[in-house]
Design a protein around this ligand. Structure first.
Ligand code: AHR
Length: 620
């Protein structure tokens, strides 16, 4: 029997409880959410990104007489030094293979663009073709005659077949030498039809989670694996050909086509708060593969450079919030967004070791942000707080500095979530609030299953109860491209044509779509008093003030069905039939999906290994 407290004890729930964690890991950005279809469009890949890569990676020629070389002599921009020089012969051309092929849909419109200039006396045209694996043309267009100066040519083409593995061919209409750079192909239909936009299917899947915030750009990507690899937001804004690409510590390349402007825009399109996370002046684990080493072991941005680094962070807030008369606000306006993005939160640091090097730099950044932008809430970093935790010092620092929120991460086996349901009940209510920035019920290298998903659901029920401590949560990682993953499990898998949400995704979606603003304490009486049985049943009852609905979430991690009598009479809810959503299956099931059922409140049947959510409409 599940009965609401006689005294109707309540607790406020933060309106940011369920969010999304976006990191460019597992090809989440280039080749993923970022809708660009051309791989290595700027010829900037190098052995720094991956040892077998170079400027020609993903490119080849159509015939052996056509010679390609890479030049850096007079680029379109100093941040984008490499371009290709094609010595075309006999109608030959250059071919891009996309990210494991280019997905083309019949009848869809595509936006092609290229920077080009001719070097020979011949002023030919570029003929652009989409071809399938058999060499059939499935889309075609051509430029006007190419001039001697770098110029951007923009064209539209329509796919006339649906294939997942097309190639893009660019041929020159005469024999001669032509320089090319920033070869780009986007589907016209991007999320909210943004230019330089995001893959509509993936972005919609994220939107369906109803995240109240999006954290970006990481994870480890935010602080990099050495000082040289720290993510600098200024490298990622402005015209795409002027952005400064960088090695991705997960073993590939960041073009930064998806940069800070696009992240802010995406958050606005989702109706989610932007939560950028910047490095706390230290790279991952304070150690550097390439960075300026201090003491051989640990490193941070040298003190003489910290002033500039802090200014960059203050500039980021101006970029987001300043009006267009400010230097950085003007840059945002020039990018097409005159109104401020209204940034309210900024994360400083990601899962850092709490060393003196970290503490010194974090304190400097924190104080500078607090002084200049007292309304922007800083989210600090430390691991989970429990006795003996390595992160006590991080929490002590947060207490000393009065940091309002702490980002903590943990990936634990399902059993941990089952046995630590009072984890946040034990947290000190007087310390910083928690942003559970990365978590997952994690069986390393094993997929998300009913078992892991139900463990996460159980945890979220407990988080809702502890909403006076936990303000924000985000499962991590969010996206993973099949065949290109560095981390498992992830929430949403995809390939070039298909989005494949996991069971865990549907749990996040259920909590996002059915968030409430008030937690109602209830009492669960089980006929079986065994502790191990009791721990495998979870519940959360919340109210949503906007709709007036009461929302009930129930988790059954037992191998048997539960007969449940739900008594909400203390708040005047009468016994009735409700429409519920259920996710259930065998513990190892990876394919379970939400199913609609009807339930009677006084005799709900909870399937073995199931999650159930339903709304009881406001009483008239
Ligand atoms: O989510 C994957 C990684 O896990 C993140 O980059 C890092 O912050 C954590 O260690």
């Amino acid at each position: 029997k599940l009965k609401l407290d006689e005294h109707i004890a309540e607790r406020k729930i933060s309106d940011l409880l369920i969010g999304a964690f976006f990191e460019d890991i597992n090809y989440a950005a280039d080749g993923g959410l970022y809708a660009e279809l051309i791989q290595n469009r700027g010829f900037e890949y190098s052995a720094m990104d991956r040892k077998e890569w170079n400027s020609m990676t993903a490119w080849s020629t159509t015939n052996s007489e056509t010679i390609l070389s890479i030049d850096t002599l007079s680029p379109i921009h100093k941040n984008n030094r490499h371009y290709v020089s094609m010595h075309a012969k006999n109608g030959g051309g250059i071919v891009n293979e996309g990210f494991d092929g280019i997905s083309i849909q019949k009848g869809e419109h595509y936006k092609f663009s290229i920077y080009a200039r001719t070097k020979s006396g011949q002023f030919g045209q570029l003929i652009i073709r989409l071809v399938d694996v058999k060499g059939n043309t499935i889309g075609e267009t051509k430029t006007k005659k190419i001039s001697k100066k770098w110029e951007q040519y923009k064209l539209e083409m329509i796919g006339n077949a649906t294939v997942s593995d097309a190639r893009l061919v660019i041929a020159y209409s005469t024999d001669g030498v032509i320089d090319m750079d920033m070869v780009s192909l986007f589907p016209k239909n991007t999320f909210r039809n943004r230019d330089n936009g995001l893959r509509a299917d993936l972005a919609t899947t994220i939107a369906d989670m109803k995240p109240r915030f999006v954290r970006f750009p990481g994870g480890c990507v935010a602080h990099g694996d050495g000082i040289d690899n720290i993510y600098h937001w200024k490298n990622t804004i402005g015209p795409v050909e002027q952005r400064k690409p960088q090695r991705n510590l997960w073993g590939y390349h960041q073009s930064f086509g998806l940069g800070y402007f696009e992240y802010f825009q995406f958050c606005e399109d989702l109706g989610a708060e932007p939560v950028p996370v910047v490095a706390a002046g230290v790279p991952c684990q304070n150690s550097g593969h390439h960075g300026h080493e201090l003491g051989g072991q640990q490193c941070g941005i040298p003190m003489e450079d910290m002033g500039d680094y802090i200014q960059d962070i203050l500039d980021l807030i101006e970029y987001a919030n300043g009006d267009s008369k400010t230097f950085w606000g003007k840059k945002r306006a020039e990018a097409g967004h005159v109104a401020p993005f209204n940034l309210k939160y900024i994360g400083i640091g990601n899962e850092d070791l709490i060393t003196d090097i970290f503490k010194e730099r974090f304190t400097m950044i924190y104080q500078a942000v607090k002084e200049k932008y007292p309304d922007v809430k800083v989210i600090g970093t430390a691991g989970p707080f429990y006795e003996g935790s390595d992160y006590v010092e991080g929490w002590d620092l947060a207490t000393k500095l009065e940091v309002p929120l702490i980002d903590e991460h943990y990936y634990n086996p399902p059993g941990w979530f089952i046995h630590n349901q009072d984890f946040y009940d034990r947290y000190d209510r007087n310390k910083a609030k928690v942003y559970l920035g990365e978590y997952a019920a994690h069986l390393p290298d094993r997929a998300s299953t009913i078992e892991t998903a139900l463990a996460e659901a159980l945890h979220l029920c407990n988080v809702e109860r502890n909403a006076d401590v936990v303000m924000m949560t985000s499962y991590a990682p969010l996206l993973a491209k099949e065949g290109n993953t560095q981390w498992s499990p992830d929430l949403i898998y995809f390939d070039n044509t298909t989005v494949k949400p996991t069971v865990g995704y549907y749990i996040q979606q259920a909590f996002g779509q059915h968030a409430g603003d008030t937690y109602l304490f209830s009492d669960l009486q089980l006929s079986n008093h065994d502790e191990t049985v009791r721990k495998r049943v979870g519940k959360s009852i919340v109210r949503d003030a906007k709709s007036g609905d009461i929302i009930v979430k129930l988790v059954n991690l037992l191998p048997v069905e539960i007969d449940l009598e739900l008594d909400l009479s203390t708040i005047g809810v009468v016994n009735q039939q409700v429409n519920a959503t259920v996710i259930s299956g065998k513990p190892t099931d990876q394919t379970a999906r939400p199913v609609a059922v009807t339930l009677q409140l006084d005799r709900c049947k909870l399937s073995p290994y199931s999650f159930t959510v339903f709304r009881i409409p406001a009483q008239k």
